[in-house]
Design a protein around this ligand. Structure first.
Ligand code: PMP
Length: 458
């Protein structure tokens, strides 16, 4: 490894790789794609030797405990040497241990089903809804309601349940049986209301939608606890209890997608735990093993699980699903070590403290720069929405948001932003530094933003 010729690596990458979310035409000339070489704590180094502070935990909210954690790598190594893989109906030592440790953090939940990615974990949850519709009836209670601005993944089922038209509109036709609910963004309330004087119309809209679709056809609702890539949208405290009550009344399973918020990102183990309710299903991926191994989980209540029990001679009743690499033991081994670190280093406490500090400092920037229309988030998961004019809330042009992000990169800080290329949704900057962030790293992010906003404003 130490003898690798990094110039050659960059050329190999440029000539052979197709990167995620990338317009490669940009590299037809002399420009090269970024190749990341090493990481330590919150810092990464690229192939040119430039060091960056990573304010987005691996680009997409993943490396929660930071880079270079030897104890996770060692746990994975030890497990792979002992037993790398076995799938089907058998369990494994780390699988059993992590499931128990995870459920300990999720009162009310009862079972853990392993797979590999957030998309896949969500697909499992949709299949549970669909199979229960068949097991309990004639299959008609199959529809799954999702919310505008939420993202649930890249596979066609998960994309069908995604409320970001800019990410899906070139990939249709979609799977049938997915129905969209309005978003709950107070900054741009879809009902034209204001929090304080509203009736939480965004939550009650679920009941209207279920009635319009026909309650006998709706089996599930999938929601992000805090919308991530769709613009860092935090529901008001009343939102989820209302949703829970409506789901109970119409016998609809409530599935919370914790792929981004899970494992401490917002200052609690799970984002939904900020609100007063218990879901029926929870999915998670990214931060489960902080990127040290691929793993995702579909967690259900014991009540959901029990409905799949029947006499073993009934060949249709069990969950007829498998994930080949759900049998790879590296995932739960890494997840156990990852969770140990979060507990031992009191990272949830750190996220609450540093999240408050970060948000205060983002509000200071808002006082300074009028293009910041809104500051929102929880814990170390924050967003800044940029507008041309605070009164009209007209979004800034894409070039402005890109300019701020580019300016930060020049200052050595990598930040994120919401989906590109659609004017009304490209204007939110996203921050999700590792849960280990201290004041000095937060200050570094703020300083880079300050400089970048100053130059963009000029
Ligand atoms: N759900 C949410 C909320 C996500 O943000 C993502 C990925 N960004 C996914 C699901 C899909 O996860 P994956 O890319 O691991 O399939």
């Amino acid at each position: 490894m130490s003898n690798v010729d990094l110039k050659q690596i960059v050329q190999q990458d440029k000539d052979n790789c197709w990167h995620h979310l990338t317009q490669h035409k940009a590299y037809d000339g002399d420009a090269n794609p970024m190749v990341v070489v090493e990481g330590n704590g919150m810092r990464i180094k690229d192939a040119n030797g430039k060091e960056f502070l990573d304010a987005v935990s691996g680009g997409v909210w993943t490396v929660n405990v930071g880079y270079g954690r030897e104890e996770i790598a060692k746990a994975v190594y030890d497990q792979l040497v002992k037993l790398c893989y076995f799938a089907g109906s058998a369990g494994s030592i780390p699988g059993a241990q992590f499931a128990e440790a995870l459920l300990d953090k999720m009162p009310g939940m009862g079972r853990v089903y392993y797979s590999n990615s957030g998309s896949e974990a969500n697909e499992k949850a949709y299949k549970i809804v669909r199979q229960l519709a068949h097991l309990k009836g004639d299959g008609s209670k199959h529809k799954i309601i999702f919310r505008d601005r939420d993202y649930h993944g890249t596979t066609i089922g998960a994309l069908s349940s995604t409320g970001q038209f800019e990410r899906k509109n070139q990939y249709g036709p979609f799977a049938p049986g997915f129905v969209e609910l309005s978003n709950c963004n107070c900054y741009r309330c879809p009902f034209g209301k204001e929090y304080g004087s509203c009736n939480i119309e965004c939550a009650h809209a679920l009941e209207t939608l279920i009635q319009n679709e026909g309650p006998e056809t709706v089996g599930g609702v999938v929601l992000e606890p805090i919308t991530a890539g769709g613009g860092v949208i935090v529901p008001v405290p009343e939102y989820f209890p209302i949703i829970r009550e409506i789901c109970d009344r119409y016998d609809v399973l409530l599935h919370i997608d914790e792929v981004v918020c899970g494992l401490g990102r917002t200052g609690k183990w799970f984002g939904y735990q900020h609100f007063d309710f218990t879901p029926d299903m929870v999915t998670m991926a990214k931060g489960v093993a902080s990127g040290y191994a691929g793993i995702s989980c579909t967690v259900t209540t014991e009540k959901v699980f029990d409905q799949f029990k029947a006499d073993p001679s009934d060949r249709m009743h069990y969950f007829r699903d498998i994930s080949t690499f759900g049998g790879c033991t590296a995932g739960p081994a890494a997840a156990l070590a990852n969770m140990d670190i979060i507990v031992r280093e009191n990272l949830l406490e750190n996220v609450v403290k540093m999240g408050d500090y970060f948000q205060d400092r983002l509000f200071e920037l808002k006082d300074k720069y009028s293009i910041i229309g809104d500051v929102r988030g929880k814990g170390l998961f924050q967003g800044l929405e940029l507008v041309k004019d605070r009164a009209t809330k007209e979004p800034v042009d894409e070039a402005v948001a890109a300019g701020v992000a580019g300016g930060c990169a020049k200052e050595g800080v990598i930040i994120g932003r919401t989906n590109r290329s659609f004017k009304e949704f490209n204007n939110t900057l996203c921050f999700s530094p590792a849960l280990i962030a201290g004041k000095s790293e937060i200050d570094e992010i703020i300083d880079a933003l300050d400089k970048s906003f100053a130059s963009v404003s000029a």
